[in-house]
Design a protein around this ligand. Structure first.
Ligand code: SF4
Ligand code: SF4
Length: 161
């Protein structure tokens, strides 16, 4: 099994290869539209060997967008009223989206476990999106995510090499 990429080195690594990733996209945009199965296989293989508990970089640095449904689920899990979840943990950001008041996420433990894992927001469940349908539509977003997430970094590296 290959060694997990240290998330602390990701920015340096991604900065170096970003021009190659962009070149690949410019050349293969059309081809990529038919490559979801391959991208999803890469996603599954790489996710399986990645230990998110050694990383938690997304929970430390990215603010997920939180929906009203997320608030309801979180409220049930925390045994609070939705309005109190909002007051205690959330704010509206400059784009008008509901996000956590501060990052790292208030539910991230010192052991990197999520205290509301079963009821975490949908955006947390879906991150890092490399198993999404029509991956070509989020290729450029994935380049950004590769600066945070070792899974995305490796998917892009394998896809473009
Ligand atoms: S999804 Fe990516 S950034 Fe988040 S903990 Fe797992 S490897 Fe790290
Ligand atoms: S709610 Fe859980 S999964 Fe989502 S950012 Fe916080 S700790 Fe991570």
């Amino acid at each position: 099994m290959s060694k997990q990429i240290d998330h602390k080195q990701l920015s340096t690594l991604a900065l170096k290869v970003e021009p190659e990733w962009k070149k690949f996209f410019a050349k293969n945009k059309k081809k990529l539209e038919g490559m979801d199965v391959f991208v999803h296989e890469l996603h599954d293989e790489i996710s399986e060997k990645t230990d998110c508990l050694q990383c938690a970089n997304c929970c430390r640095t990215l603010g997920p967008r939180i929906t009203d449904k997320d608030v309801e689920r979180m409220a049930k899990a925390l045994r609070l009223k939705p309005v109190d979840v909002i007051k205690k943990y959330l704010r509206i950001d400059e784009d008008g989206d509901m996000v956590f008041q501060s990052m790292p996420c208030p539910f991230l433990g010192d052991d990197n476990y999520c205290a509301i894992y079963e009821n975490r927001p949908k955006a947390c469940r879906e991150y890092p999106h490399t198993d999404r349908k029509r991956f070509y539509q989020i290729y450029n977003l994935s380049i950004k995510n590769a600066y945070t997430c070792p899974i995305v970094y490796e998917v892009l590296e394998r896809l473009t090499k």
